[in-house]
Design a binder for this molecule. Structure first.
Ligand SMILES: NC(=O)c1ccc[n+]([C@@H]2O[C@H](COP(=O)([O-])OP(=O)(O)OC[C@H]3O[C@@H](n4cnc5c(N)ncnc54)[C@H](OP(=O)(O)O)[C@@H]3O)[C@@H](O)[C@H]2O)c1
Length: 483
């Protein structure tokens, strides 16, 4: 049951993911797709949009007609606004007619509609069933600060129990994000080094090549901090920093993630300014093409101080990580799309050799490449051939595509299957979302209390402003060059 079936997310991600699950033989039971939105569509129109979504956005080729027919076989469309009880009454009748066993509500709707939809589901008593399960998936963003996230929590919990709620952050559906846990907890050799005794610092980068495009209305109210930092960056941080869970199940994993979020040192008042660096892109060259600056994008006010680049220094104040800075950064209009987690290890206590590279002893670096070149790289020093001891930095490289071949499945495929199987490990729990917002809200408050008239700028197509290099340079460190 998709609320917002006519939208972009449904077309680009949800329908193709359902189709791929059918192709892969993962959905063996009959499926009924019910769509809900305002547009003047009917069942036939929804069917043809499903076909279009699969033809344009599905991964597997050629199109498997029998899988597609299964997806289009049982389709219903409810034309209604989210705040009209009549639409939900029709939904109730439809669910009763179809004699469904299980029901998944997917909120692919604007965030300001979540509370209303859930309220209406509750009014029609659709949230609980005696003969099967009912679950709800709620898209990001989940609130815009701690008070709004808590208000949404209160509304959602009036209708659903926590074990029915799946707050989605699609980053967790990515193979390589899940591989952070597998890499750490299924190999004996890395975990003993994964702490303050050996790690100098950690860098996590989420770089976007795209600009704000047509989404200025949303972006002006969000900025990098709400769009990427509160969710994707903090999720990557928790997986990197967490302790080993007592088991690989939803509560055990999320218990450990929450502890990391609670251990984040809150940055208050001026500390919020000293430990973050914000900037905005101006026009520049990207892939040889001139692109416009943020303030020239349609819908962006000329006096905007919304950050399109954010670097932050974060400390996890627990025994494992005390004193180890985590540098997180994300920006739009950077040279290319890239997500990576990098651990830089401490130097040897005393250097005995000549290094051929200009930077002195090249540090040992472990890079977990989340996208696009999924893999893991370990950099270390090796003796260059020759009669004298000259050391050069070299790399050991594991590439997903070379080793396993093919494209990794889309995040939504894994996540939808997990919801249907009742596995919430890769979804954010109530206390987790609130702990993340508590940290971010302290930053937002600090910024609000010390308003700026202008942000520093960086040219589109560069890796960010010079000030961001100085920001990390204050600690005698440098951003890893992703190139
Ligand atoms: N698109 C993505 O890649 C993406 C990624 C991550 C998260 N998300 C999240 O997913 C959600 C949906 O995003 P989207 O990009 O699909 O948005 P969208 O393209 O704007 O679609 C919104 C959907 O909600 C429906 N809708 C809006 N107001 C309505 C109302 N009052 N009554 C009934 N239907 C209404 C629209 O249908 P009608 O216009 O027909 O009424 C449309 O089907 C958002 O919360 C977004 O933050 C999206």
């Amino acid at each position: 049951m998709i609320f917002g079936v006519t939208g972009d997310l449904t077309h680009r991600k949800l329908i193709p993911a359902l189709y791929e699950l059918i192709v892969a033989g993962r959905l063996s039971w009959p499926i009924i797709v019910i769509g809900f939105a305002r547009r003047d569509w009917d069942e036939n129109q929804l069917r043809s949009v499903i076909r279009d979504a699969v033809e344009k956005n599905a991964r597997s080729r050629p199109i498997d007609e029998s899988a597609l027919s299964r997806l289009m076989e049982n389709v219903s469309y409810i034309r209604s606004s989210f705040d009209e009880p009549e639409g939900y009454r029709r939904l109730k009748d439809l669910l009763a007619d179809r004699n469904l066993t299980h029901c998944l509500f997917y909120l692919a709707a604007p965030p300001d509609a979540y509370a209303e939809i859930i309220h209406q589901i509750g009014q029609q008593e659709l949230a609980q069933r005696s003969d099967g399960w009912t679950r709800v998936v709620i898209e990001k963003p989940y609130g815009r600060d701690l008070p709004s996230a808590q208000a949404l929590e209160a509304d959602v919990h009036k209708v659903f129990h926590e074990n029915q709620i799946y707050r989605i952050d699609h980053y967790l559906g990515k193979e390589t994000v899940q591989n952070i846990l597998v890499f750490r907890f299924s190999n004996g050799i890395f975990e003993p080094l994964w702490n303050r005794a050996y790690v100098d610092h950690v860098q996590i980068t989420v770089a976007e090549e795209v600009g704000v495009g047509t989404r200025a209305g949303y972006y002006e109210t969000a900025g990098v901090i709400r769009d990427i930092f509160q969710n994707h960056l903090l999720q990557l941080l928790t997986l990197t920093a967490m302790e080993a869970p007592v088991g690989f199940n939803a509560d055990a994993v999320r218990d450990e993630k929450v502890k990391v979020l609670r251990a984040l040192r809150p940055w208050r008042e001026a500390e919020a300014l000293n430990n973050t660096y914000r900037a905005q892109y101006v026009s520049g060259l990207l892939d040889g093409q001139k692109v416009i600056g943020y303030k020239d994008e349609p819908g962006v006010p000329p006096a905007s101080v919304t950050e399109t680049y954010l670097a932050a220094r974060v400390f996890v104040d627990n025994w494992r990580w005390a004193g180890v800075p985590f540098y997180l950064r994300s920006g739009k209009r950077l040279p290319r799309q890239l997500t990576e987690v990098v651990l830089q290890f401490k130097q040897v206590p005393l250097s005995l050799f000549d290094w051929r590279n200009f930077a002195g002893d090249a540090p040992n670096v472990l890079a977990l490449n989340i996208q696009p070149d999924e893999g893991i790289t370990l950099s270390f020093g090796a003796k260059a051939p020759g009669p004298i001891n000259t050391i050069e930095p070299v790399r050991m490289n594991f590439s997903y595509s070379e080793t396993f071949g093919g494209e990794p499945p889309e995040a939504y495929e894994r996540l939808l299957l997990d919801v249907l199987s009742g596995d919430a490990t890769l979804f954010t729990r109530s206390d987790e979302v609130q702990a993340a917002w508590a940290f971010v809200t302290s930053l937002l408050q600090g910024w609000e209390d010390h308003p700026v008239r202008n942000l520093p700028v960086y040219e589109a197509g560069t890796w960010g402003p010079p000030g961001a290099d100085e920001f990390i340079g204050r600690d005698n460190r440098a951003w890893r060059d992703p190139v």
